[in-house]
Design a protein. Structure first.
Length: 350
């Protein structure tokens, strides 16, 4: 495919809640600072389902989801200095930002005060809708392209571009490490990476899941302890235990019960995003000087740091590689928690 590409094959949701289907989409020509990436793998994130089904608000259709992208550079713009043809690269949840606000200058592009440009379901600076990784190629500014270390397989690395950084960023921000007790709520696509990363950082890790069904997996992935939150006795047993609770689930939680598991000065950080509002009694925070917080992916520098960390510690996602014609089935299996732990599309099958 030339650097002046016009259309590429993709899988898109034509309308909200409609099954995804094969189509073609436009890709811009490679600009001065752009790289053309032949996509090899694209992870399926639960947020893809939320957006393709208007769960978080009205989307832009047709929608090509996918923000866990790995591939190979096949062309570069004349002013590109960071990447060369043949490089192994990744693209995460955003492809641009204002680059001038304080957050962008600090490497926190995900919190761009003017709004970062998301990889899909957004409008780029050229006024055109963005389309994600369920496609064969993508054109991205080099400043929002990540280098995949040689030690990471491209298929297992794809989910790191969202699930990996979404858990790595708060674990680092709230100082998970030796001497700290970290609980990960939910052992799914995000949660399993949270367990792996927290363990690699040196924390004592506990999984809090609805049942003990995945206990063996949780312990294998690096957790020292595993409890079922469906058992009310768990909350009595673990009261005041954790320095940090990382909630990765997309369903509303009984926050007061979970906040009671924190130590004095402990923090509960939410990276899962339920479609419904949640509520709490403020005394759950006041009584222990506790913090309830949120976190969203990471900036470009921290995402590269995460990829390098994962390569150093041999951390990839636990994946099931699927064909593109299995995407709709995979969506239903994600909703049924029937995946261990991330579907990854082999984009050669598009």
């Amino acid at each position: 495919m030339s650097s002046n590409v016009s259309t590429v094959p993709a899988y898109a949701a034509p309308t909200a809640k409609a099954p995804l289907e094969r189509t073609t989409i436009p890709r811009r020509a490679v600009g001065k600072h752009d790289v053309l990436i032949e996509i090899k793998y694209a992870g399926i994130c639960h947020s893809d389902i939320h957006q393709a089904r208007d769960g978080w608000g009205e989307g832009i259709f047709p929608m090509v989801p996918g923000h866990e992208i790995t591939g190979i550079v096949t062309a570069t713009g004349p002013s590109v200095t960071t990447f060369a043809v043949g490089d192994r690269v990744g693209v995460g949840c955003m492809v641009d930002s204002c680059r001038t606000c304080d957050n962008c200058k600090a490497g926190l592009e995900q919190y761009c005060t003017r709004g970062s440009v998301l990889t899909y379901n957004a409008v780029g600076k050229d006024g055109e809708p963005t389309h994600g990784g369920y496609s064969t190629h993508i054109v991205v500014d080099e400043a929002f392209t990540l280098r995949i270390p040689d030690g990471l397989p491209l298929d297992a690395a794809a989910p790191l571009l969202c699930a990996g950084i979404t858990t790595y960023s708060p674990l680092r921000r709230w100082n998970a490490g030796p001497g700290t007790k970290v609980a990960v709520v939910g052992l799914g696509g995000l949660g399993h990476m949270g367990v792996k990363i927290a363990h690699a950082l040196g924390a004592e890790v506990t999984v809090l899941s609805q049942s003990l069904r995945k206990k063996d997996d949780g312990l294998r992935l690096g957790a020292e302890h595993y409890y079922a939150t469906g058992d009310d006795a768990t909350f009595d047993t673990l009261a005041g235990t954790f320095d940090l609770i990382l909630s990765t689930v997309s369903a509303p939680l009984p926050l007061d019960k979970f906040l009671g598991l924190l130590t004095t000065n402990g923090a509960m950080v939410n990276v899962g995003a339920p479609e419904e509002p949640v509520s709490l009694n403020l005394f759950s925070l006041i009584g222990g000087r506790r913090t309830l917080a949120g976190s969203m992916i990471g900036g470009i520098p921290e995402t590269q740091e995460m990829l390098d960390f994962c390569a150093e510690h041999n951390l990839g996602a636990e994946i099931e590689v699927i064909r593109a014609d299995q995407i709709n089935e995979a969506y239903e299996r994600v909703l049924a928690s029937d995946v261990r732990y991330r579907f990854v599309i082999d984009t050669a099958t598009i």
